[in-house]
Design a protein. Structure first.
Length: 543
């Protein structure tokens, strides 16, 4: 092993985070390489090709803000972009900024280890090649490690088994088939209406009913597009300084119980007609006041009863075990109305749990369901899964899996104590999945790039989170979460969907504005809470 690195910076992941990190690294004059196991750029949008896959953040905001010409030139065709268009956008960015020459695809990272003597990260790929760099950025995504439950007998099933998070690129034709969908989270809620319109018969196996709001998707309105493009700088700044999630919504100034029942109803109805997750911004206290939250939840329950003609079925589709918004709110097109179709059936797994798969289908609650295909809409090992599936080793042989045995611990969601020069984009302890992901990505990438530039200017070679600062931040993240209703749900935010995973609320629930201010204050104070050193290794030269 040579002590001279092949690169200044290795970036794992070629989604929106990895692409922008490479762009910023180039501007610093760093030798950078992006590695991704996928066959193309796009991250989760490369894999999530299931029918109906669509973003739940409006297209005009689910996009990069770092380049004004890109913002003005790109035209979205719909209010909420579908997967093919988002993937096309990622590909366009890779071509527009000539990023592909420093991206290595079809290359999985198996392990990454910090070489203390050389001051380098050694990254081993699936091809048994070892790459080295001073710094490593994990841009692996929060929802990229698919979760496949271990159903008894699944391997005996003769039909086709698919996962929404790893969909065949050639597409799937369900015409004339009996299809089962297991799971009614976001991907299931998007896919079910599409599959129902094609399959001969669809059986939905529901583990937990979820709250969902209508998308009201439509072709992009030219006047609406122009209203954004004419004011992009102003609106992006508003997202940075005056939102909770980095997305500009119709902001409320009232608490739910400050207004009378009629006014509250009118506001819910207005936002319901408008569509999208702006519904959860109807009032300022929906995520912190249980009684206020109950008013929004009951409104949505009423909408489910209105949409589903069979009252017994409507009740089975109605969520009652968690406050609305404490699990990721879903955005749908005709989801509940789909259950009025004669070719769609619901199986409530709480009443009739899956017992075993058979060669011809599966048995649940003592009844056999013959199936030609099964779709696993069973989600992800969120936020930590992609990182822990790699063998990451820091100082003194410390494994990330051991450091995170009782749940993830990090400083600002950016670095982990004991793992020098290793950054995590939108990692646990940052707003990440509670915000517009591209907004969160840009904030993290800009912070990391500025940090690397500062280190170069000040002759520092190593940066590492201090254990004390990390513990203080983890305590703060937990304290903020406990002030909200989020911990009331057994959600993937807490890892509750993965058997054996530690129950820790992983994202920062305090909002993007105070989080950004904290990150800026840390940097302004010379990276307070981080240990910076000039070791015997040469410092990275910043152009």
């Amino acid at each position: 092993m040579t002590s001279e690195p092949g690169f200044d910076l290795l970036i794992v992941g070629a989604g929106f985070g990895g692409l922008y990190m490479l762009h910023r690294a180039r501007r610093l004059g760093l030798r950078a390489l992006v590695i991704d196991k996928a066959g193309d750029v796009g991250g989760v949008w490369y894999y999530n090709r299931y029918p109906g896959a669509r973003c739940d953040v409006e297209s005009m905001q689910y996009s990069y803000s770092f380049d004004e010409a890109l913002q003005q030139d790109w035209k979205w065709s719909e209010r909420f972009a579908a997967q093919p268009e988002i993937l096309a956008y990622a590909r366009h960015v890779a071509e527009r900024f000539d990023l592909r020459r420093d991206i290595r695809l079809n290359t999985a990272v198996v392990a990454a280890a910090y070489d203390e003597d050389a001051g380098l990260w050694r990254v081993r790929t699936g091809q048994d090649e070892t790459l080295s760099a001073h710094f490593c950025v994990m841009a692996t995504g929060c929802l990229s490690a698919t979760r496949r439950p271990e159903f008894t007998g699944l391997e005996t099933f003769r039909g086709r088994t698919l996962h929404t998070g790893d969909w065949p690129h050639e597409g799937v034709d369900f015409s004339g088939q009996r299809v089962g969908v297991i799971g009614t989270g976001s991907s299931g809620i998007q896919a079910i209406p599409m599959i129902a319109g094609q399959a001969a018969h669809l059986t939905v196996f529901q583990r937990t009913p979820n709250f969902s709001v209508p998308a009201r998707n439509a072709p992009m309105d030219e006047d609406y597009e122009r209203s954004w493009k004419d004011r992009y700088a102003e609106l992006r700044e508003r997202a940075r300084i005056d939102t909770t999630s980095g997305t500009v919504y119709d902001k409320s100034t009232h608490k739910a119980l400050e207004v009378d029942a009629e006014e509250r109803q009118r506001e819910y109805e207005r936002r319901w007609r408008k569509g999208g997750v702006n519904f959860m911004h109807s009032f300022t206290d929906l995520m912190v006041d249980e009684q206020a939250n109950r008013t929004a939840a009951e409104f949505v329950r009423t909408q489910i009863r209105l949409a589903v003609s069979d009252p017994v079925l409507a009740e089975r589709l109605t969520p009652r075990d968690h406050p609305i918004g404490t699990k990721r709110i879903c955005v749908d097109t005709d989801y509940h109305a789909t259950f009025n179709r004669s070719n769609v059936r619901l199986v409530d797994l709480r009443e009739s749990p899956i017992e075993t798969f058979t060669p011809e289908g599966l048995r649940a609650g003592g009844q056999h369901h013959e199936l030609d295909a099964v779709v696993l809409a069973t989600g992800y090992d969120a936020m930590t899964g992609a990182l822990l599936r790699m063998d990451i080793t820091g100082r003194a042989g410390l494994k990330l899996s051991e450091a995170w045995r009782d749940g993830p611990r990090s400083y600002l969601g950016l670095m982990v104590a004991g793992f020098p020069n290793l950054f995590t984009l939108t990692g646990p302890g940052s707003p990440s999945v509670l915000s517009n992901m591209i907004f969160a990505i840009e904030q993290h990438v800009d912070w990391i790039a500025d940090c690397l530039a500062w280190m170069g200017t000040h002759g520092r070679s190593t940066i590492e989170a201090e254990p004390e600062a990390q513990e203080e931040w983890v305590a703060h993240v937990n304290e903020i979460a406990e002030q909200t209703l989020f911990p009331r749900a057994a959600s993937w935010y807490l890892g509750a969907n993965v058997p054996g995973k530690a129950r820790v609320f992983m994202p920062y629930a305090g909002g993007v504005v105070p989080y950004r201010r904290k990150c800026e204050a840390v940097a302004a104070a010379g990276y307070e809470g981080f240990r910076l050193s000039t070791a015997q290794h040469r410092k990275v030269e910043i152009a």
